[in-house]
Design a protein around this ligand. Structure first.
Ligand code: ASP
Length: 323
């Protein structure tokens, strides 16, 4: 039986090279490490892949550094519309919510929808009512906002209007917040040999109200099957939907006999590229292999095996290796 493993991501995007050694970079790395360390403990204690990915994504949602839950990006009308999904590779059970604004942890809502088993995807206020009755924690819609995200919306608007941006005096993150796809996600293989995936997002800055990306769509931004792999995506959602990105990795493994890394790279570099898709994905196979490809300059990411030490990365492989 392969060693249990967890991989996580906190979004992909364009790097700000001037900030390589910033304090913020250390914060991102420390947060990813802490989440992986907690996940490793769960996996080593025999927790299910589903419990581990939900807990990892819940923690990413709680962290304002990432665009999901607290710290989610703003829509064009200065609100938050959050999307999340989960899938259990053992049974192919799945759950999702889209366009929600009051559920503190959308990933737990997706899990609750899956556990109820009546339907798979709920949207908007009806989704909120549904999971509120199940006892999930609700918050005021303003709870998700941060001054940094509001400033980011204003910059996005100015950029869309062709105005010059002035970043001076602004604390810079390693990946350019204005050009980052900040969805979060987790994939895991547990000690019983089962796979699970979870994805959660605030969507894209300045998105039109009602727009839904790939993150809550099973097969696009999230997929898991014990037959092949578990996948969570981040990037330009419309492109990921068009190539059914997450499922495509599994399909290439199941029908074309490709290995995990070959399949994952093919989807990110060939299939997404063809439709102008930008971003990346994290994937773990039934044999415990891990692949974390992205076609942007960077992707917040990390992995850990039960009994091992977390490894985190932000930049491309070569740059990570040289520090
Ligand atoms: N994929 C997400 C979406 O299109 C955005 C992201 O990855 O940040 O909503």
């Amino acid at each position: 039986m392969p060693t249990p493993v967890l991989a996580i991501h906190g979004g992909a995007g364009t790097l700000l090279r001037s900030t390589m050694s910033s304090e913020l970079e250390q914060q991102y790395r420390a947060e990813l490490q802490a989440i992986l360390t907690a996940g490793e403990r769960m996996l080593a204690a025999g927790a299910s892949a589903m419990d581990v990915v939900c807990e990892a994504v819940r923690r990413l949602e709680e962290c304002p550094l990432f665009n999901a839950g607290k710290g989610a990006v703003y829509t064009a009308d200065e609100r938050h519309e959050l999307d999340a999904s989960v899938m259990d590779g053992r049974t192919l059970a799945a759950g999702a919510v889209a366009g929600v604004s009051r559920i503190r942890n959308p990933v737990l809502a997706a899990r609750a929808v899956m556990d109820q088993g009546a339907h798979l995807l709920f949207i908007g206020p009806a989704a909120e009512t549904y999971v509120e009755k199940l006892g999930l924690e609700m918050v005021d819609p303003g709870w998700f906002g941060t001054p940094q995200r509001l400033a980011q919306l204003h910059r996005a608007r100015a950029e869309a209007a062709g105005a010059l941006l002035d970043h001076d005096g602004q604390a810079r993150t390693p990946i350019d917040e204005g050009k980052k796809f900040g969805t979060v996600g987790a994939v895991a293989l547990d000690a019983a040999g089962h796979l699970a995936a979870a994805t959660s997002t605030g969507g894209m800055t300045n998105k039109l109200p009602g727009r839904v990306g790939d993150s809550p769509l099973i097969g696009a931004g999230c997929y898991a099957s014990d037959e092949s792999c578990a996948v969570s995506c981040t990037g330009t959602g419309e492109a990921f939907i068009r190539v059914a990105a997450a499922r495509e990795v599994g399909a290439l493994m199941e029908y074309a006999g490709q290995g995990l890394d070959e399949a994952a790279r093919r989807v990110v570099f060939e299939k997404l590229g063809r439709v102008g898709g930008q971003g990346g994905l994290i994937a773990v196979s039934r044999d415990g292999e891990v692949s974390l490809p992205f076609n942007t300059e960077g992707m917040y990411r990390g992995m850990v095996r039960a009994g091992g030490q977390p490894v985190v990365g932000i930049y491309g492989e070569a740059q990570e290796a040289t520090g």
